[in-house]
Design a protein around this ligand. Structure first.
Ligand code: ZN
Length: 390
């Protein structure tokens, strides 16, 4: 089987292997175009209005309708993919930064099954924390000859977490006044996304049980020609493995098609997503694919039933305070009728967010109570791929 061809992901509505050409109903299609045009205008000009929480949710649900439609061409159902992941047979894991400009890798047409963790600075967390638990569990969900990848990113201003760390070191590593930010800065390494990704891979090999398994540090650089690279994805450190090459080819192809749509550099120059998603680590697709989100639409972090920790809080606070995001979708998988587990997990996440203090004030609790930010609880139905509000 030619896996690289199997992984090729043509444009949104292209037909595949003789399948019928499926299209969205005209209302959803028009809604997506309208909301995405408004969002793109807000990326290109600071003066243009951004999507509000209602519009953000509408775009998320309409994008999910595209995902559900695309699943009709999928070689595996979401339930089959999820079963493969939880039985330790996933093909790969990608640990990527929370940054919304990261390119999504997977698609409904893939035969390979991936799992995804999004964490500020693509760092390996400290042992004993919920984020460390998630990452260790995610590693154990990958088959023994599958790939484990740490994805750094560059382009434009680079990675915010790495930039913050450089400033912090230069100023003598002071307490920042923010416990989540302090924790993050102690986990980031190096002076560039490359140095950080390689360092995280090294730490991961030691602490996450990766050892000599196929693994890599890669950089996604949408400005690659400025940095003298031929391709937007380059591998900076890897055990040689065919699966890593396949994934790299797929990423490069996805970048080429994003570039074809035009204006990529301008759209990505300033990070201005409309939502910060908290996704459970056992989702059978990346959050970007479940929402059919383009680059610079959704900032992400990953949670589990162990709850959120400083590293998740660092992402969420950054999203609210610096990216001015006002919508926090929670997303977790379940078969229909089995929503009790996500419900309990969402209760825990919301309680922790409400308890988080910024400069001595429960900032998020206040904003939620005032209605200036909103949490939307969404269950990813493993039978249909549909997001259901609970
Ligand atoms: Zn980053």
């Amino acid at each position: 089987m030619d896996l690289s061809r199997e992984l090729a992901s043509p444009g949104k509505h292209e037909s595949h292997k003789g399948h019928k050409h499926f299209v969205l109903d005209p209302y959803t299609d028009a809604l997506i175009r309208e909301l995405r045009n408004k969002h793109v205008a807000s990326l290109l000009s600071e003066k243009a209005p951004r999507l509000n929480a209602d519009e953000s949710l509408s775009l998320i649900l309409a994008g999910n309708a595209e995902h559900v439609l695309a699943l009709r061409n999928s070689p595996k159902t979401p339930g089959e993919r999820h079963a493969q992941i939880v039985s330790g047979e996933a093909d790969y894991l990608v640990v990527g930064c929370s940054d919304s400009r990261i390119l999504r890798l997977d698609s409904e047409k893939d035969n390979l099954v991936g799992t995804f963790i999004r964490i500020a600075g693509n760092v390996v967390p400290k042992k004993g924390t919920p984020s460390f638990y998630e990452m260790k569990e995610a590693v154990s969900m990958v088959r023994k000859d599958g790939a484990i990848i740490f994805e750094g990113h560059d382009g434009g201003p680079g990675c915010g977490a790495v930039n913050e760390r450089v400033k912090w070191i230069e100023s003598g590593m002071p307490h920042t006044g923010s416990k989540p930010l302090d924790t993050l800065l102690h986990c980031v390494f190096g002076e560039s996304p490359e140095q950080n990704a390689v360092a995280q891979l090294t730490v991961g090999r030691e602490t996450l049980g990766i050892g000599e398994r196929p693994s890599a540090a890669i950089i996604y650089d949408w400005d690659h020609s400025k940095h003298g690279h031929d391709e937007p994805i380059h591998i900076v450190s890897a055990n040689h493995s065919g699966i890593i090459e396949i994934l790299r080819d797929n990423w490069n192809r996805k970048h080429a098609s994003a570039k074809e749509e035009g204006n990529l550099g301008k759209k990505l120059q300033n990070q201005r997503p409309h939502a910060i998603a908290v996704g459970s680590f056992d989702l059978p697709f990346s959050v970007g694919t479940i929402l059919h989100a383009d680059q610079n639409e959704v900032f992400s972090t990953t949670g589990s039933d162990q709850g959120l920790d400083d590293l998740d809080m660092a992402s969420i606070l950054y999203a609210i305070e610096h990216l001015h995001i006002r919508h926090i979708p929670f997303i977790a998988p379940a078969s229909s009728g089995e929503e009790k587990k996500p419900r309990q997990m969402f209760d825990l996440w919301e309680k922790q967010l409400r308890g988080m203090e910024v400069h001595g004030e429960p900032l998020i609790a206040q904003m939620l109570d005032e209605g200036t930010i909103r949490i939307t609880r969404l269950v990813y139905d493993l039978d249909s791929g549909k997001l259901v509000k609970i």
